[in-house]
Write a protein that binds this ligand. Structure first.
Ligand SMILES: [Zn+2]
Length: 389
């Protein structure tokens, strides 16, 4: 009898949790620090305010369904455009046009006070993250101009280095970049970012650049979309001593959802998949002249096969928990990389799937207070700490 009662109670509690999670999720301020939708705009001319189901991970309607409140839109460049600065401005123009058309749904925000005001009105707060560093074209004036257009963080490199900062990818693949960090100008960039209130983002940089940043910055930093090296040893993930240094700096690690960054078995499986479609990929690559788009087309064509490569959802939670166990609940958040990745984890199909994270964290026993920190409180603290007036 007692056992039966216990089972009934457990079932009741589980059911209550299931109902609670969406309430807790919708109530929390959810901040995602990395979404590459604007790159998709440059490639395919998609509009964020149209129905893009089946085409992208994101659109305005789906952001709302997923309970997203604050989005940092990534403005990416690999430096190969005629003017990366002009390319950045075109991406920002495209976001501004969406915002102008939808003032009742999405608003550009400059600081935490404005963010909280916009979220209170049930609208999405938009900010910009410059990814790559090439966009400033080695000019602090350009950095200021991008700040004035709503940029609140800059990722110092992408996979390729700038003249003044070194990427993890280059460090691991090109001997001339091995162990190279920030140049004197790079340190000047970091200090200038501190001065104007722009967050320094260390996702993509190599270890020497990371430690140079830690030594140079006077403000808390972020990794806008990086996961844990110990769980998935890819060069752009963060090692334990780096995670500890970010916590000591009072910054935050925003976990990347990309299957290849959270699941150590994914790379081999994906390589085998691409190898089996190599002929088709090669001819697409020649025809389109864009490696990323050609690769994406292979994934779309062989969707079932491609889906089987996706990491188990539980791994996202494992990466979040790893950071919590290492340094505490105040230093972790979400930087999904949606629309910049081909293979999100299973179940995390698109931006409507964020509530599953809240559900999983609740099931793990985290309190609403801790979940609020992970979903957005931590990054808002760091943003506030970087504000200058
Ligand atoms: Zn990136």
């Amino acid at each position: 009898m007692k056992i039966k009662l216990f089972i009934v109670l457990v079932l009741l509690i589980n059911n209550a949790n299931a109902q609670d999670y969406s309430k807790i999720h919708q109530k929390a301020i959810l901040v995602d620090t990395h979404n590459d939708f604007l790159t998709k705009v440059m490639q395919y001319n998609f509009a964020l305010d149209s129905d893009l189901r089946g085409k992208t991970h994101s659109d305005l309607t789906r952001f709302k369904i997923g309970g997203l409140d604050v989005q940092f839109f990534s403005v990416w460049s690999d430096g190969n455009q005629q003017s990366p600065y002009a390319f950045a401005n075109r991406q920002i123009d495209s976001l501004d046009a969406v915002i102008k058309r939808n003032p009742d749904k999405i608003v550009k925000t400059a600081n935490v006070k404005e963010i909280l005001g916009v979220v209170k009105q049930n609208k999405i707060a938009a900010l910009i993250g410059i990814e790559g560093g090439h966009q400033i074209e080695n000019s602090l004036d350009n950095l200021d101009a991008l700040y004035n257009r709503g940029t609140r963080y800059m990722t110092l490199t992408w996979n390729n280095s700038t003249d003044w900062a070194t990427s993890a990818f280059d460090d691991n693949s090109k001997p001339e970049f091995k162990g190279k960090g920030l140049s004197d100008f790079g340190k000047k960039v970091v200090r200038h970012m501190n001065k104007i209130g722009m967050l320094v983002d260390v996702s993509h940089v190599n270890e020497k650049t990371f430690w140079d940043v830690i030594e140079t910055t006077s403000k808390p930093i972020i990794a806008s979309h990086s996961s844990v090296y110990k769980l998935c040893p890819v060069p752009r993930n963060l090692k334990d001593d780096q995670i500890k240094a970010i916590a000591k700096n009072n910054g935050v690690v925003q976990i990347n959802f990309n299957s290849g960054f959270i699941d150590p078995t994914e790379k081999k499986r994906e390589e085998a998949f691409m190898e089996s479609h190599k002929k088709e990929f090669d001819s697409l690559h020649v025809a389109i002249k864009n490696e990323n788009i050609a690769e994406e087309m292979i994934h779309v064509k062989y969707k079932q096969e491609s889906d089987s490569l996706r990491a188990p959802f539980a791994l996202v939670i494992e990466h979040i928990e790893y950071v919590i166990k290492l340094v505490g609940v105040d230093y972790v958040g979400i930087g999904s990389d949606f629309d910049g990745i081909v293979l999100p984890p299973q179940q995390l199909d698109d931006v409507t799937s964020y509530p599953l994270i809240t559900k999983a964290l609740l099931e793990k026993g985290y309190s609403e207070k801790d979940i609020n920190k992970i979903l957005g409180g931590n990054i808002l603290r760091v943003l506030k700490a970087n504000e200058v007036n």
